[in-house]
Design a protein around this ligand. Structure first.
Ligand SMILES: *[C@@H]1O[C@H](CO)[C@@H](O)[C@H](O)[C@H]1NC(C)=O
Ligand SMILES: *[C@@H]1O[C@H](CO)[C@@H](O)[C@H](O)[C@H]1NC(C)=O
Ligand SMILES: *[C@@H]1O[C@H](CO)[C@@H](O)[C@H](O)[C@H]1NC(C)=O
Length: 234
């Protein structure tokens, strides 16, 4: 009797706290399925894609916006796949090579923060992409992927995702939010739209409430230079 009642005293507070902790952690972290799905369909050498990746998407990881965002990068863009499954890129062979490296980075680092940070470095200066791998423990893994047949399979997967978009993309960068084209007046708009679309239980990211963010909404409308799907090939 004695021992069982003292057991209860120990057991109940533990359960109680475990329960509180569980409830708190569930509230603080957005569930994967609650996250807002932001997909970027792009190609490595389109200038507007480079600007969007380097200067705008970074807001997701520079702030707490990443806690509610599921970012997917899809490197294919306006490339074409012929009947024999040969891929032709809008800006030539070099673009295909860079798309392949980026596909390998996404494959090697499934964590979007990690592969985004590499891809941002590549897009910031595509002539020096090799320096983005220096000092990385995954340098060999990514080079091995690049020198194998894997990129071909990965890129055909991205082709499939891009060519099956409904509605079809008209240009790149093309952004979808929860599978719908982002109706953006300016490249900044995706932040406000992620904030608006998030319906999960976690606290809204601080960025969504910050004054810096409302100021950026009032700022002048910026336009990105886009690459159209049916642009004449040079
Ligand atoms: C694939 O088809 C394209 C034209 O559609 C052609 O230029 C290319 O040589 C073909 N490649 C192979 C490996 O057959
Ligand atoms: C972009 O490239 C410039 C020049 O190479 C460099 O100074 C800068 O730090 C780079 N920025 C990023 C975000 O990688
Ligand atoms: C393309 O994607 C669809 C579903 O999204 C899948 O059923 C199909 O097998 C894929 N095709 C290729 C060639 O990957």
């Amino acid at each position: 009797m004695r021992s069982s009642s003292s057991n209860k005293c120990v057991l109940f507070p533990c359960l109680f706290f475990a329960c509180i902790l569980f409830t708190i952690s569930e509230k603080l972290v957005a569930g994967e399925s609650d996250k807002v799905k932001l997909n970027l369909y792009y190609e490595s050498l389109c200038p507007g894609c480079q600007v969007f990746i380097v200067n705008y998407l970074v807001k997701i990881f520079d702030s707490d916006l990443h806690t509610v965002t599921d970012l997917k990068l899809v490197p294919f863009g306006n490339a074409k796949v012929s009947d024999n499954l040969t891929v032709t890129c809008q800006h030539g062979e070099e673009e295909c090579r860079l798309n392949a490296i980026e596909a390998c980075a996404i494959r090697t680092w499934p964590d979007s923060k990690k592969h985004y940070s590499f891809i941002r470095c590549v897009e910031n200066d595509t002539t020096k992409w090799e320096s983005c791998l220096k000092n990385s423990r995954s340098e060999k893994a990514i080079n091995d992927c690049y020198n194998s047949d894997l990129p071909k399979t990965l890129i055909l997967g991205y082709a499939n995702m891009t060519l099956n978009l409904k509605p079809q993309h008209k240009y790149v960068p093309w952004v979808t939010l929860n599978s719908k084209p982002l109706n953006a007046q300016s490249p900044d708009d995706f932040v406000a739209q992620i904030c608006k679309a998030y319906k999960g239980k976690a606290a809204l990211p601080k960025l969504c409430k910050s004054s810096a963010f409302s100021k950026s909404l009032e700022s002048k409308v910026l336009k990105l230079q886009v690459s159209y799907a049916d642009e004449a090939r040079k």
